[in-house]
Ligand binder design. Structure first.
Ligand code: PLP
Length: 358
C-alpha cells in the first residue's frame, strides 16, 4: 500500500484514451495543433476569463516559469518557508528568475496570513540596497494539506494589490482545493486577485500535464520565449494538450478529486478512532497528517506501508510531537481504493489493541 504521494500512480483511463485518440495521423507541432487550440478555449470557459495557457511537463517548470515572468532579477518573491518552490525545486525558481530571491515566512499549516504578509512587506526598508518585493506565491492546497478559503485568498489578493505584487498560486492540487471549497475556478483565482496560476493535472489523473494559466496579459508577454528557453515548448504538444481534453471531459477532473478527498476523509476519520492517534491539521483535501506513536509507525512500515515522515515546523502553537511520537503524511489519489484504507486501519487497530493488552 502506497500513501507516499498522489504521483505514485499512472494516468487515468480517460486521460490515456485521449492520448491514444490524439496519436493517430499528423498535426502541426509545437502547440499549433487543433487539440491545443481547443484546450486553450476550454481553459477560457473553465475560468470564465480570457487566459493565456502554456503547457509544461512538470510542476517545477510551471512554478519557475510563472515566477520568472512576475519577478525581475532584482526582486523578492514572498512565500511560505515550507513552500514547494523554496524547499523542493532545487532552486529552479531562483535560477529562472535570474537572481531574484524567495523570502520564506512562517505560518501554521504552511498557510500565509494576509496580516503577516503585510507586516513583513511593511518591515522591509525602502532603500536601493533592499530587493523590492514583486510577487507573493501560495500553494493551494498548502504543503500541510490545508485549503485557503475564499476570504483568505481575497485578503492576500488585497495585500498584493496594495503593495504592487503579482499574486501566484501553485495549484499542483488545484482541483482538490476547488472541490473542497465547492466554488468555481474563477472564484478561487482571478476573482480574489490571483494573477498567474500553476495548474496541476499530473497528480489527479494526468501523465505529465501541467499548465501555466495567466490572467494578466502583461505577465504572458514573454512566456513563450521563456518556455522555449527552458525546453518546455513541446514538439508533440498535442499529446500534452490531449491529456487535458480527457481530464476535463465529463467532469473527470472533478470526479477524480472528489474521490481522492473522500478517501482522505475516510482515512482520517478511521485514524481518529485509533487510541494514541491525532491529526496535526484537519483533513481538508487529499492529504492526512496524523501524529502517531513511534511503535505504530514501525508496525505500519513493517507491514509494507509507504509514506513520508513530515516536518513539525508549521504545527499550531498548542501542538507538539512527543518523543515517543512521529508526524507522518498520508496522501490519497484518484486511484486509492477504500480497501487500501481499510487494510491500513486494520493494521493500525490491531497494533493499538496489542498495545492496550500489554
Ligand atoms: C505543492 C507542489 N507544487 C508543485 C509540485 C510539482 O512538482 P513536480 O516538479 O514534481 O511536478 C508538487 C509536487 O509534489 C507539489 O506538491
Amino acid at each position: 500500500m502506497n500513501f507516499a504521494s498522489d504521483n505514485i500512480v499512472g494516468g487515468s483511463a480517460p486521460v490515456l484514451q485521449a492520448i491514444l485518440d490524439a496519436n493517430a495521423g499528423t498535426m502541426a507541432a509545437y502547440g499549433n495543433d487543433e487539440i491545443s487550440k481547443r484546450v486553450r478555449a476550454r481553459f477560457n470557459a473553465i475560468f470564465e476569463h480570457e487566459v493565456s495557457v502554456f503547457f509544461v511537463t512538470t510542476g517545477t517548470a510551471a512554478n519557475a516559469l510563472a515566477l520568472s515572468s512576475a519577478v525581475p532579477p532584482y526582486g523578492l518573491c514572498v512565500c511560505h518557508r515550507e513552500a514547494h518552490i523554496i524547499d523542493d525545486e532545487c532552486g529552479a525558481p531562483e535560477f529562472f528568475m535570474h537572481g531574484a530571491k524567495l523570502a520564506g515566512l512562517a505560518g501554521v499549516g504552511a498557510k500565509l496570513k494576509a496580516d503577516d504578509v503585510a507586516a513583513y512587506l511593511e518591515s522591509l526598508p525602502k532603500a536601493v540596497k533592499q530587493m523590492p518585493p514583486k510577487a507573493l506565491s501560495i500553494s493551494q492546497v498548502s504543503e500541510c494539506g490545508l485549503v485557503y478559503g475564499l476570504d483568505e485568498l481575497a485578503d492576500l489578493g488585497a495585500v498584493c494589490r496594495a503593495h504592487g505584487l503579482s499574486f501566484h498560486m501553485d495549484g499542483a492540487r488545484f482541483v482538490n482545493a476547488l472541490v473542497s471549497l465547492g466554488c468555481t475556478p474563477a472564484e478561487m483565482t482571478w476573482k480574489q486577485g490571483v494573477d498567474i496560476l500553476s495548474f496541476g493535472a499530473t497528480k489527479n489523473g494526468g501523465l505529465m500535464a501541467e499548465a501555466i494559466v495567466v490572467f494578466r496579459k502583461d505577465l504572458a508577454e514573454a512566456l513563450d520565449y521563456r518556455s522555449k528557453r527552458a525546453g518546455q515548448i513541446i514538439s508533440k504538444g498535442r499529446l500534452i494538450a490531449a491529456q487535458f481534453e480527457g481530464y476535463f471531459a465529463k467532469d473527470h477532473w472533478l470526479d477524480n478529486a472528489r474521490h481522492a478527498n473522500r478517501i482522505a476523509a475516510l482515512l482520517s476519520q478511521g485514524l481518529l478512532r485509533i487510541p494514541g492517534v491525532r491529526l496535526a491539521w484537519p483533513t481538508e483535501a487529499n492529504e492526512v497528517f496524523p501524529i502517531i506513536p513511534k511503535s505504530l509507525d514501525q508496525v505500519l512500515k513493517a507491514a509494507g506501508l509507504l509514506y513520508h515522515n513530515w516536518t513539525e515546523l508549521s504545527l499550531p502553537e498548542t501542538e507538539r510531537v512527543a518523543d515517543h511520537e512521529v508526524l507522518i503524511r498520508l496522501v490519497t489519489s484518484w486511484a486509492t481504493r477504500e480497501e487500501d484504507v481499510r487494510k491500513l486501519l486494520e493494521v493500525a487497530s490491531s497494533e493499538a489493541a496489542q498495545q492496550a493488552a500489554e
